[in-house]
Design a protein around this ligand. Structure first.
Ligand SMILES: Nc1ncnc2c1ncn2[C@@H]1O[C@H](COP(=O)(O)OP(=O)(O)OP(=O)(O)O)[C@@H](O)[C@H]1O
Ligand SMILES: [Mg+2]
Length: 147
């Protein structure tokens, strides 16, 4: 683990962290793990990231489908954003069987992963964003950790 920095923000005021994440993505960090309890705000943050690349995107939680893919048109470096929620997976082999391992780290494919515990140890490089409830749930503290 190297750098870490953090932001405390309300849900309609996520620009600071979004700008930081976009910078990291443009410098080649294409796997983003979101760590936080149920209802921490993982999907909310993902919505804002995806909307930066496609303002018309309708971003819904992938909990029940495991993956939703967003095709990003007219962008050179980001072609697809894969939004994954591994909450329902129990074994790493399921991640393999679903074909994700072949696409992760592919150029142009960004992965944003909720509930990544199952695969975290198997990944070489990633950005992890820890999300914690603060101020009685009115805001969240986002901590960016780079591996
Ligand atoms: N920065 C924030 N400040 C205050 N409330 C927030 C913030 N981010 C998200 N929320 C609120 O927290 C709730 C849960 O958000 P969200 O669905 O994104 O959580 P999640 O971590 O994806 O949950 P799950 O573990 O069920 O997938 C929503 O009502 C959302 O509006
Ligand atoms: Mg979610």
């Amino acid at each position: 683990m190297e750098k870490s920095n953090s932001f405390t923000l309300g849900e309609n005021n996520l620009n600071e962290i979004i700008n930081q994440i976009i910078k990291l993505i443009s410098s080649g960090n294409i796997v983003i793990l979101l760590e936080g309890d149920l209802g921490a705000g993982k999907t909310r943050l993902t919505q804002e990231i995806i909307k930066t690349y496609d303002s018309s995107a309708v971003v819904q939680s992938p909990t029940f489908v495991i993956e939703r893919i967003y095709e990003i048109k007219h962008k050179k470096t980001v072609n697809y954003i894969h939004h994954l929620d591994l909450y329902r997976l129990r074994y790493y082999s399921e991640f393999i069987d679903l074909g994700f391992k072949d696409l992760i780290y592919q150029k142009g494919h960004i992965f944003i992963i909720e509930w990544p515990k199952l695969i975290e140890d198997k990944l070489k490089n990633y950005i992890k964003i820890k999300i914690e409830n603060v101020n009685n749930g009115h805001e969240r503290k986002y901590t960016i950790i780079k591996k």
